[in-house]
Write a protein that binds this ligand. Structure first.
Ligand SMILES: [Cu+2]
Length: 648
């Protein structure tokens, strides 16, 4: 962060393993790859899709105390390009041996970053592809941008035979131009990613390239505004958090930072200290899946839907935050380390940013009779990372607040996906954002996996609806309403939707931990902005993204149930993950529960979203409800400002 004077970087994450949940270190990844290569005698056709920590069982983690021996294991996914076979391996780094190795039939692992480049390269030099581009007046193939869109599953034969990309193309006017302003409409390239061979080029007819540039650099913008004065975030005493390896302590909060190639940032063992007791809230929290179904039925766009977690992996696509000014203040960065598909170490320095933010007023009251004033400023701890998935940027932010609130927020920015329309055409399923440039309507559906641990592992989930009392003798003025809690006992009755008309929320309760008022302690899931999916329930995308058909799912904890659309959504026909697991209708009462919350960002594009989108926000909160006996932030001291106390 050499380019911002107001930011200071504290020491980067320690590499030595201190805890069973620490992400694999560079050495551990290298060792894992060496062990597999040696034991399995791999040839050059076998690719490393991902190497991540094989998280130990909960009992091991929860019983762990510093200094205990740790058995470090890696979970590895491999793809053999010669026959398309997928393998999963567990490798003990500690014992230096492959613990398990098995073939997973009929699946496609995520599209690897290396395949992005290779797919683009092979198409640029393909004669049929070149011919289709020449028809459009494009002759400089170096300026092409080919995005390897996942093929989905639409019942075609080639989907079951090949590792398939349905690649779409844009073209720059010069090497630094924003190519997304110039979509090559109607041209779809089918590529076998195993053989890295073009299967066929589908040309649905020439549509002229939109003529205007969509550049947004200072050079392209020209005159910049000149009335912006410096704003400094100054923390002369440093940050209020301490970091030990991947463990973070911030005021009363304690948690561990994790990172996977698929999910990116993971929060582990989040707890809050209350009267000398460290009280657990979450065992693990991470974004489990996301999908972007597009609403345009025309040929180039009707199969656009990207499962950015399961089909690509947002951890592997994480930004290095040293390339910019993403965070301000006293920052602690965590690096991410992973492997490329050939087994070479790939390091993302500063992948996770952690810093504090002033967040307005925490609480206030003036006793207007005596003028006694008490006001406290709120501060939040921000733990975030940003992933660039093709044209879009997604910022994933966790916030911890002093009153026990946890918030998850996604910031959507970057460049919208685009298509071209002929001059004079006004698209029905999109918005013209520049002449002849169509930004199709779409949604971004996210599902967050919350492995809850409210004061312990055994929790129950209630739905809370507010009910208006009918008018009658007990409600003569019609003003009465009350909150009604309903226990969700089994999985099928816990597949729920938002309902603003009853101010619906859900709460995760520990029935055997009572607060000072004699009621079971709880955390509630408070929906924020949200909506429903618009793709038909029987559409190929919704069959695969069934998780998005409900806003709430609850399952009893099973170590193997990790991702809401299943382990391998790429080219999957659908039904995997939550819809399959919950068919058993297992009991979810007073047991170790996992809550899955879906939030859908509805994107009807605006001209103002072009050429690069001002960040859109969507999220939700976890708030204590009777977890504490009263406002837990009374002990936050008043702020010293300009060397004067604000206290009167
Ligand atoms: Cu969008």
């Amino acid at each position: 962060m050499t380019d911002i004077s107001t930011s200071t970087q504290t020491t980067s994450s320690a590499q030595s393993t201190l805890h069973p949940l620490d992400p694999l270190s560079a050495d551990e990844i290298t060792t894992t790859i060496q062990i597999i290569r040696k034991e399995r005698n791999l040839n050059e056709h076998v690719r490393f899709v991902s190497v991540n920590l094989h998280e130990p069982p909960k009992e091991v983690v929860l019983k762990f105390t510093s200094g205990n021996p740790i058995n470090r294991e890696a979970f590895v996914v491999l793809l053999d390009n010669s026959d398309g076979a997928t393998y999963e391996a567990v490798v003990s780094v500690t014992k230096e041996q492959v613990v398990s190795w098995h073939h997973v039939p009929g699946v496609q692992p995520p599209i690897m970053l290396d395949e992005f480049f290779e797919c683009e390269q092979v198409l640029k030099s393909d004669p049929a592809f070149q011919e289709a581009l020449r028809k459009r007046g494009i002759t400089n193939f170096d300026l092409l941008m080919v995005d390897p869109w996942s093929a989905g599953h639409y019942g075609g034969e080639e989907e079951s035979i090949y590792r398939l990309s349905r690649a779409l193309t844009w073209v720059r006017t010069d090497p630094n131009d924003n190519g997304y302003a110039h979509p090559v409409e109607g041209l779809i390239a089918y590529v076998d990613l195993n053989k890295m061979k073009v299967l066929r080029i589908e040309d649905n007819g020439v549509v002229p390239l939109p003529p205007e540039h969509g550049n947004y650099t200072p050079k392209a913008v020209g005159q910049m505004r000149t009335d912006l004065k410096t704003i400094d975030i100054v923390q002369p005493d440093g940050p209020s958090f301490t970091v030990n390896g991947y463990e973070v302590q911030w005021q009363k909060w304690r948690f561990r930072v994790g990172f996977t190639t698929r999910e990116g940032l993971v929060l582990h063992t989040v707890s809050y200290e209350d009267q000398g007791r460290q009280r657990p809230i979450l065992y693990r929290a991470a974004l489990g899946e996301m999908v972007v179904p597009y609403g345009d039925p025309t040929i180039t766009h009707n199969r656009k839907n990207a499962f950015d977690i399961g089909e690509y992996g947002v951890g592997a696509l994480a930004n290095s935050l040293e390339l910019g000014c993403d965070c301000l203040g006293s920052i602690h960065y965590f690096d991410a380390v992973m492997t490329d598909s050939r087994g070479n170490l790939m390091k993302i320095p500063n992948a996770v940013c952690m810093h504090e933010e002033d967040y307005g007023i925490l609480w206030k009251h003036i006793d207007w009779r005596t003028n006694q004033t008490e006001v406290r400023r709120s501060r939040r701890l921000v733990i975030s990372f940003i992933a660039t998935v093709g044209n879009y940027e997604y910022g994933y932010f966790w916030y911890l607040y002093q009153d026990g609130t946890i918030q998850f927020e996604i910031k959507l920015t970057g460049i919208m996906n685009t298509g071209a329309v002929p001059p004079g055409v006004k698209p029905k399923y999109g918005q013209l954002v520049a002449p002849q440039l169509n930004a199709p309507v779409h949604q971004h559906a996210f599902n967050v996996r919350l492995d809850m641990m409210v004061d312990g592992l055994n929790n129950s989930v209630y739905e809370v609806n507010t009910v208006a009392e009918p008018m009658g003798p007990e409600n003569p003025h019609g003003n009465a309403f009350y909150a009604e809690s309903t226990l969700l006992k089994h999985e099928l009755e816990a597949q729920r939707e938002i309902e603003p008309r009853t101010a619906r929320y859900w709460k995760v309760v520990n029935p055997s931990s009572l607060n000072g008022l004699g009621e079971p302690v709880a955390y509630k899931i408070m929906p924020g902005e949200n909506t429903f999916p618009f793709a038909h329930p029987e559409s190929p995308v919704m069959k695969r993204a069934a998780f998005a058909s409900k806003h709430l799912w609850v399952t009893p904890y099973d170590r193997r149930e990790r991702y809401p659309a299943g382990e391998y959504p790429n080219q999957h026909p659908g039904g995997a993950g939550l819809p399959t697991w919950t068919r058993a209708n297992r009991s979810i009462e007073n047991t170790d529960v996992v809550v899955w919350y879906t939030l859908i960002s509805h994107h009807i594009p605006r001209p103002e979203d072009w050429p690069v989108m001002p960040a859109g926000y969507i999220g939700f909160m976890l708030k204590p409800v009777g977890f504490f006996d009263r406002n837990p932030a009374l002990d936050v001291p008043a702020t010293m400002s300009n060397h004067h106390s604000c206290e009167h």
